[in-house]
Design a protein around this ligand. Sequence first.
Ligand SMILES: *Cc1c(COP(=O)(O)O)cnc(C)c1O
Length: 472
Amino acid sequence: MDDSARTLLQTLPKVDRLLENSALVRETADLPRSLVVEAVREELDTLRARVLGGHHEGLPLGHNGGFDADAVARRVLARLESWLRPSLRRVYNATGVVLHTNLGRAPLGAVAIERVAEVASGYCNLEYDIDRRARGSRHAHLESLLCRLTGAEAALVVNNCAAAVLLLLAALARGREVIVSRGELIEIGGSFRLPDVMEASGAALREVGTTNRTRLSDYEAAIGESTALLLKAHRSNFAVVGFTEEVSGEDLARLGRRARIPTAEDLGSGLMVDLGEYGLGAAPTVPGVVASGIDLVTFSGDKLLGGPQAGVIVGRAELVGMLRRHPLARALRVGKLTLAALEATLLRYLDGSWRQALPALRALTEPVDAVGRRATALRHAIAQQVHEGLEATVVPSEGRVGGGALPLVELPSRAVRLRAHRTKPEELERRLRRGRPPVIARIDEEGVYLDCRTLADDDVEAVAAAVARCVD
Ligand SMILES: *Cc1c(COP(=O)(O)O)cnc(C)c1O
């Protein structure tokens, strides 16, 4: 250690002295003392290491060149504040990607939020049968509703769709074979790879057909003694075009019945209603797949269904019963908060208010004119708050469904393009992203884009204020 470092370190305040700093005492009066002491120690350790490492720039020094105790105390407070700030935070999604997996997929509708708050704020009948004054089942709450909506005989809710597939394979095909088309050995969002889930479940994968063509005769020829299941997986996040052939759910279901082998389809998206009239193409719906005769269908709660993270299995009562009784069902079960949110979401399909009440469905089906009006309102709100140094223009944009669903669908949209006179697009994007609350935007060489399909009318003022804070 050189002399200057030694001299500087001698001015570093001691722990006890910092703990008596008046600002620190005032600001931390309600916090556990052990936490404050830990923050002080960490801060002093950090400063000491920086001096020893020769990184002197930005050190909290006073006029005399030594450490300034007040400035060090402010850094301790900042450290405590960062510890106490929740890591999981609300952000504004201005990307135009409706079911953005990194941004939490579907936002919950107001009714679902109310139901979660109500159920969470006291006790509830999660496993209590109020009529019979007896123990009940958490699985009972949503079953009849799911059956009514999908046309299935039985239903079971688990943690997510990956869990639904895992449970299905473990309960029906452990130690036996599952026949899957090579064109459907999907990977979704990095960590869900059908062959890996299959392996984890203890089922053996029997691939048939080729990447682009699989015929019913391929499945038929592969059926043998150890066949436990015929599985179809929906290609949620990619498409195969050109010289292709795949077996329909109807045909696979018919083959399964003839061979007395259960059939299942992993649908993923959980679309409940036909969105064709909103320009979203002909995506398979859950009721449609159930009607095709497939025995079991699995789907997510937070994709096109527009609800909380969950995995739903609907289908034949006997098979759903086997899944429910499997030991893994206990490990993969959902909690009361999820059930409350999912039930409130599903009820919106029953009462017909899904388009207005579920934010993701609203965002997917909203006419581009309405998105444009929001963009104009946002541009106007920004102009009211920022008087110079920024150019905000409404421009055509393109949204996406996201969440590994409907990969080919482009959602026509409108965005507000921001160009700051004194700040580069990358810097403006970074400031928006790191603001409080964060605004997640798109960027190119031309500027920063706030896509208004994924913003709500109620977000406009807050986003405009966030923009104002980022402009020099
Ligand atoms: C998204 C998806 C899954 C995984 O769903 P999670 O709810 O994220 O676990 C599984 N299968 C298909 C076909 C999907 O699209």
